[in-house]
Design a protein around this ligand. Structure first.
Ligand SMILES: Nc1ncnc2c1ncn2[C@@H]1O[C@H](COP(=O)(O)OP(=O)(O)O)[C@@H](O)[C@H]1O
Ligand SMILES: CC(=O)OP(=O)(O)O
Ligand SMILES: [Mg+2]
Length: 387
């Protein structure tokens, strides 16, 4: 019997799950981390158990969540804890039972994932303090993409930088691994063809798959590249960064804040980073942000289709991909040139297949990063501590 806790610190939410022999019995998330943290259970019930009020901010919320989980499941009774760690660099490309050396290496990558790596490592350290003997496993977003052909890992920069690890890594790998594993149930052989997955959540990226493996992906060295996101700009002329620093005298920290936290849907709309708010608003700036989101999405899809040499299936996943029928419809209608045909009713109903039966398959598939982490953690613990 294995009892595992999984923690997934996204940029906007803190998700968790409890797995007994792979079966999930409790799953939920804390959202609105910065203002009014709120616990929402997706599986299991709160009964009269109250989630402690806490001030905003990742550290305070994490502390409150660990205290609540300890009361609820008894952390000391676990066999292990699995974590999503977004950046594994060049050295860590498979799940590991964390030791001091790993933690020091991963801390060195914090500047490459400022929204994700520091809070994830802080929770790991807090758990190590509480439970020094508890095995903790890190599962990496970057791992899925380490199979990308070298030419897709390179930037057009002097090659010494590539030798030093300045490469396109790619992220959301746990989500892509989950969707890739499940896709044959829906598509059969076609799942091994030319597939593009659009992971559209707070962070957004796309991945081109060939034979079920990552060929290339829209995120690069950091989770800032590629698609426009909730509060991140995505691909940007690097000349803008030079301009901000040289002509406007902005400090590095200010530029980082602008690109990671003040841009994307939030920056363009001036209203919200949350797609729900923008779709519900009739403010012209909200519509402009959504319009730009669609254009940027089409640009990314077009690039990946060109690299794949065609398209057999387009898959939408994560918060926006799974729930925003309007975004899927507006995107799919513009792909008629690829032979895509939208079934409007199926799309409105969030049916798993929403194409009209010809052209590339149009698919909605819920992602489950926590289930992926639970399975990977279990395999890693079994290999590291054979009975
Ligand atoms: N019904 C919906 N319609 C439109 N957007 C939605 C809907 N539900 C969730 N979203 C969007 O999904 C995004 C969050 O995605 P999610 O994958 O949960 O994020 P995270 O990166 O924190 O894991 C937010 O922008 C939210 O607005
Ligand atoms: C890597 C990344 O952007 O993750 P998230 O979507 O959870 O912010
Ligand atoms: Mg996410």
């Amino acid at each position: 019997m294995s009892r595992l806790l999984v923690i997934n610190g996204g940029s906007a939410t803190l998700k968790f799950g409890l797995y007994d022999d792979g079966r999930c019995s409790l799953r939920g998330l804390v959202e609105r981390l910065d203002e009014a943290p709120r616990l929402r259970l997706l599986q299991g019930s709160l009964d009269d158990d109250v989630f402690p009020a806490s001030e905003g901010g990742h550290a305070a919320v994490a502390e409150a969540l660990l205290a609540w989980l300890d009361r609820r499941v008894g952390l000391a009774t676990l066999d292990g804890i699995g974590h999503r760690v977004v950046h594994g660099g060049t050295a860590l490309d498979a799940p590991v039972v964390l030791d001091d050396d790993h933690l020091a290496y991963l801390a060195g990558l914090e500047p490459l994932a400022p929204l994700h790596q520091p809070p994830a490592l802080a929770i790991i350290r807090a758990l190590r303090e509480r439970l020094p003997a508890m095995p903790q496993v890190a599962c990496f977003d970057t791992a899925f993409h380490r199979t990308q052909p070298r030419v897709h890992q390179l930037f057009a920069l002097p090659r010494r930088l590539a030798d030093e690890g300045v490469l396109r890594y790619g992220f959301h790998g746990l989500s892509y691994a989950h969707v890739t594993r499940r896709l044959p149930e829906l598509l059969g052989e076609r799942a091994r063809g030319r597939v593009v997955i659009a992971h559209l959540g707070q962070g957004c990226s796309l991945c081109a798959l060939k034979d079920g493996r990552s060929l290339t992906t829209s995120m690069g060295f950091t989770a800032l590249d590629g698609m426009m996101m909730g509060s991140r700009c995505g691909s940007l002329d690097p000349g803008v960064v030079l301009h901000l620093q040289q002509q406007r005298g902005m400090a590095v920290e200010e530029v980082e804040r602008l690109l990671y936290r003040e841009s994307g849907l939030l920056g363009v709309s001036g209203l919200s980073a949350d797609m729900r708010d923008l779709l519900a608003s009739d403010h012209p700036h909200a519509e402009e942000a959504v319009a730009l989101f669609i254009e940027r999405l089409l640009r990314e899809i077009g690039a990946l289709v060109a690299l794949l040499g065609g398209l057999d299936a387009l898959v939408f996943t994560a918060g926006i991909g799974e729930h925003a029928a309007e975004i899927r419809a507006r995107t799919a209608r513009r792909l008629a040139w690829l032979g895509a045909r939208l079934d409007e009713d199926a799309n409105r109903e969030h049916a798993p297949r929403f194409d009209a039966g010809s052209g590339p398959a149009l698919v909605v598939m819920p992602t489950d990063e926590e289930a992926e982490i639970a399975a990977a953690t279990r395999r890693c613990l079994e290999a590291s501590f054979p009975r």
